[in-house]
Design a protein around this ligand. Structure first.
Ligand code: PSV
Ligand code: MN
Ligand code: MN
Length: 388
């Protein structure tokens, strides 16, 4: 087993970004259940995200979603974030909620709609300039529902053209990170359905274009850790959108459906250097808490990522390599399972104590009185954007 001192040192440096949309009301296409005390504006979302960081110590940044988090002054929003003890992270573009986008955004057959969509992406880079964000995160709902509805190849050309224009607008260390999803809302073709399509576009764009692996965006049975290993090896894994799926894009708390899968993914991250200093891999949550309270839902997810990471760090790499080299199938598997079956909760509690935090973030948040305070202070919370 790897030394726990080294494991603790690595865990100290891990950062997990939470999404602004996790803090507002959300739901399914059937119903949005309103919860008391949810944020009424982006400023309050950042205040709630700061609570997740205050109790976990590892969630110091928050992704925005534009226009859900539209404000007049993004520099002021960034300052507000810093005042709360967090920073603004990735900017997520939204080119899927306008009527104009019924037949697609950047792949729409109508050049006017394509222009509008690309302009929105460029506007998101302006916002990144104001907030100091590094990453522009792109997920496109674009696709078709019926064979023959549109030209599959032409849509790829239009996508490439828009991505190239946006990529050319990036400056400094800014990155374009491209997410894929195998279906929904389109049901016949999706224009960025899989890692291969995202990878091919990113490869053409250049070094600052990377792929986002959203753990909920694969067909059942897909070996996500293989994709992670491959992209890391190619220097093209830009970020994770962590969440759990039972059926499709369920956006449940990460590690809830399949903690073993999360461990296997984190094992490949560790193996591929994705946790090392200066890593290019951003660890983000992309979840919607429809029925559970928002802030504790995020805290639980952050803890689940930490637990999977701790287990992955505990894998005895030397013993594993020796067993693999010797063709010892059962021995190699046992090395991995030993790490997975370790209860890392005491180790994480110790780590939190070292960082001056309460050992149990869930209990500490519950005891803090914050939930009661926001329920009393905030009336008429905002909707996250989903399930409207
Ligand atoms: C839609 O599938 C989605 O869940 C994607 O995962 C995006 O990252 C997220 O919405 C926010 O746009
Ligand atoms: Mn996502
Ligand atoms: Mn999704």
């Amino acid at each position: 087993m790897a030394s726990t001192t080294a494991v603790r040192a690595a865990l100290r440096t891990q950062r997990i970004e939470t999404p602004s949309w996790a803090y507002g009301n959300s739901g399914t296409r059937f119903k949005v259940f309103a919860q008391q005390g949810v944020p009424r504006d982006p400023f309050e979302k950042l205040a709630d995200a700061a609570q997740v960081h205050a109790f976990t110590g590892v969630a110091p940044s928050v992704s925005l979603h534009i226009p859900w988090d539209k404000v007049d002054d993004y520099a002021a929003l960034a300052k507000h974030a810093r005042d709360q003890g967090v920073v603004i992270g990735a900017v997520n573009a939204n080119v899927f909620q306008d009527d104009d986008y019924m037949l697609g955004s950047v792949t729409n057959p109508d050049p006017r709609v394509r222009r509008k969509a690309t302009d929105h992406l460029l506007e998101c880079v302006d916002i990144m300039d104001a907030t100091g964000s590094r990453d522009l995160k792109l997920w496109f709902s674009d696709g078709t529902n019926y064979p023959g509805q549109d030209d599959i190849r032409a849509r790829q050309d239009r996508l490439a053209e828009a991505l190239a224009e946006v990529y050319a607008r990036l400056t400094g260390d800014q990155r374009l990170i491209l997410e894929y999803k195998f279906f929904e809302p389109a049901f016949y073709t999706t224009d960025v359905p899989d890692w291969g399509t995202a990878y091919a576009h990113c490869l053409k764009l250049g070094d600052r274009a990377k792929v986002v692996v959203d753990t909920g965006h694969h067909a059942p049975g897909t070996n996500i850790e293989f994709i992670v290993a491959f992209l890391l090896r190619e220097g093209k894994l830009g970020a994770f959108d962590f969440n759990s799926r039972f059926y499709a894009d369920d956006d449940l708390m990460v590690g809830a459906a399949d903690p073993f899968q999360l461990f296997r993914i984190m094992h490949e991250v560790v193996r591929g250097g994705g946790l090392d200093a200066g890593t290019e891999v951003a660890f983000m949550l992309d979840q919607c808490h429809n029925i559970e309270p928002k802030i504790p839902g995020q805290i639980r997810s952050v803890m689940n990522v930490q637990e999977a990471t701790a287990k992955a760090l505990l894998v005895d790499a030397e013993a594993l390599a020796a067993a693999q080299q010797a063709g010892d199938v059962l021995g190699a598997n046992a090395v991995l399972m030993d790490a997975y079956n370790t209860d890392v909760r005491p180790l994480l509690a110790e780590l939190r104590a070292e960082l001056g935090l309460a050992p149990d973030p869930m209990a500490a948040y519950a005891a803090s009185g914050y939930a009661e305070r926001i329920k009393a202070e905030r009336v008429g919370g905002a909707q996250a954007g989903w399930g409207a």
